[in-house]
Design a protein around this ligand. Structure first.
Ligand code: COA
Length: 140
């Protein structure tokens, strides 16, 4: 899901750290399956202060533009508010799909903060293939 958008946060984790994430009772994971393959990722992270973060949300090219994103977002909203939370939030970034921000606004989210984050290009530190996210120039 994240290769084209240069997602790398989980690629720095060890198998044990990933297993701990998958076993966390306060985190829910969902996918959508097409032709027997998982083609989407939804991760909801609940915290003790009554918030839920839409931690990961995305479709592979096999599902983008098919209506699957709206279906999965409706599931996310229902699942988040099924618990006694008072806030449902997410982070998106300029490297994500250009459709993401308007999609989230149509889903009911309100932009409230913008910030600059600096990280190494994951293609230059061998976390992702050199040809990942080909629409984003590499500064070598
Ligand atoms: C962000 C993302 C989920 C948006 O999904 P998308 O399909 O690209 O979004 P679009 O805006 O093109 O299409 C969604 C809209 O078209 C509708 N649609 C498109 N094709 C459709 C079809 N064949 N049948 C029914 N509805 C369809 C959807 O219902 C939806 O309408 P609505 O938002 O008005 O309810 C998707 O682009 C994605 O996963 N991108 C990669 C990962 C990413 O950037 N994630 C965000 C990280 S924060």
């Amino acid at each position: 899901v994240g290769q084209d958008w240069l997602w790398f946060g989980r690629l720095t984790k060890t198998d044990a750290e990933l297993q701990a994430l998958l076993s966390d009772a306060d985190t829910q994971f969902f996918t959508l399956t097409k032709d027997g393959r998982d083609e989407a990722l939804l991760e909801l992270k609940f915290t003790a202060d009554g918030t839920c973060e839409l931690a990961y949300f995305g479709l592979t090219p096999a599902l983008i533009g098919s209506g699957a994103g709206r279906y999965l977002m409706n599931h996310a909203i229902r699942s988040a508010w099924a618990r006694p939370i008072s806030r449902f939030h997410l982070h998106t970034c300029t490297l994500d799909s250009p459709q993401a921000l308007s999609f989230y606004v149509r889903s009911g989210f309100t932009p409230f903060k913008r910030q600059v984050e600096v990280a190494d290009d994951p293609r230059l530190i061998d976390l992702l293939d050199k040809d990942a996210g080909a629409h984003v120039p590499t500064i070598g």
